[in-house]
Write a protein that binds this ligand. Sequence first.
Ligand code: FES
Length: 85
Amino acid sequence: MVTVSVCVGSSCHLKGAYEVIKLCEEAIAESSVRETINLKGTFCLGKCSEEGVTLNIDGEIITGVSPENFMNIFEERVLPRLRKE
Ligand code: FES
């Protein structure tokens, strides 16, 4: 299982965190891997000064996430972790 935590702190909220969560839910549904991806919100990850929304994917902090680049990040950072299992 991969855990994707989307920061919903105030800074990331303003940068589109809830849109990123919605896109992640859609991506999970479309890729039929719902059982193996645990999606949750998290408090501030301490990267407010970085560009975009911050994610924590299995302990790896990823900054600069936006609704525009989310699908690339999902394909490059989330799906490969599933294929390894
Ligand atoms: S609010 Fe998201 S890193 Fe601080």
